[in-house]
Write a protein that binds this ligand. Structure first.
Ligand SMILES: Nc1ncnc2c1ncn2[C@@H]1O[C@H](COP(=O)(O)OP(=O)(O)O)[C@@H](O)[C@H]1O
Ligand SMILES: [Mg+2]
Length: 262
């Protein structure tokens, strides 16, 4: 069980967001917020609109209706790299790493955004640029230690077991030093031990870096254990929103998971 203060400032809010793909309504008028420092779970049956919601939050999809407000500023249009620059990083439902590259280089790639920000400065002054490169490397090595993957730092990611690939992907997201971390099924396909490790890392990320985390997860035990609040989607609609205990007892949620027609 996690302990978070009762009322925290809102980091991001989703207001009345709707998203369609042609005739398919993936999200229908959904509103919820994510408070600073919380672990917010997004759950629901397959096709509920969870991944689409993360894609709206990080600017990959533009909702036809509604607003995303991040750090007090509303926005309608934003590209994923703007999201990353503003402190939103994510991992994907299907691991999206450079399979032929090492763990180290994959995590280093998460730093490029920060390096590019200083590109002009680097052109004129080589010395500071070198110092900066060293600082980036050090930061990446810290993340590697933090995630306990030093032993695989020089191994091509494609050769690693799936559970470790997921951990490397988390490392790359952390390399961006996000304020808001979006995790799409970080424990999918993992065995029990790997899941326990991932849960511990997620809690440690919040503890160590103060990162706010929104995660999509199917394992209800995990959701109950590590999240502060849970929003439940079903067929694109929000059907419940509250503490893990509230949500677990909610009849609409029970029906959605049992596949009761509506
Ligand atoms: N790029 C897309 N093009 C067309 N339909 C999509 C696309 N992405 C998602 N959908 C549809 O939107 C609905 C919600 O999908 P998704 O957000 O992936 O759900 P979840 O992650 O909850 O399983 C589904 O009906 C899915 O087929
Ligand atoms: Mg999904």
């Amino acid at each position: 069980m996690t302990t978070a203060p009762d009322k925290l400032p809102v980091l991001l809010s989703v207001d009345n967001v709707s998203l369609s793909f042609g005739g398919v309504k993936a999200i229908r008028g959904v509103s919820f917020d994510i408070e600073e420092g919380e672990i917010r779970a997004i759950i629901g049956p397959n096709g509920a609109g969870k991944t689409s919601m993360l894609n709206v939050i990080n600017g990959f999809y533009h909702p036809q209706e509604g607003t995303i407000t991040y750090r007090g500023r509303p926005r309608r249009r934003m590209k994923p790299h703007d999201a990353a620059a503003s402190g939103i990083a994510r991992t994907f439902q299907n691991v999206a790493l450079f399979k032929g590259m090492t763990t180290l280089d994959n995590i280093m790639s998460g730093r490029t955004l920060k390096m590019h920000a200083n590109f002009l400065f680097q052109m004129v002054r080589f010395g500071p640029a070198l110092a900066e490169e060293v600082a980036h490397r050090r930061r990446v090595e810290d993340i590697i230690d933090f995630l306990e993957i030093a032993a695989i730092r020089k191994i091509a990611v494609g050769k690693l077991p799936y559970g470790l690939q997921k951990r490397v992907e988390l490392g790359r997201a952390l390399a961006m030093e996000p304020q808001l971390l979006l995790l799409d099924e970080p424990m999918a396909g993992m065995n029990l031990e790997e899941k326990e490790d991932m849960c511990r890392f997620i809690l440690d990320v919040r503890e160590e870096f103060g990162t706010t985390i929104a995660l999509i997860e199917h394992d209800m035990g995990v959701v109950m254990d590590i999240s502060d609040r849970v929003v439940v989607l079903d067929h694109g609609e929000k059907i419940a929103d509250g503490t893990p205990d509230d949500v677990r007892k909610n009849q609409a949620v029970i029906d959605a998971y049992l596949g009761v027609p509506h």
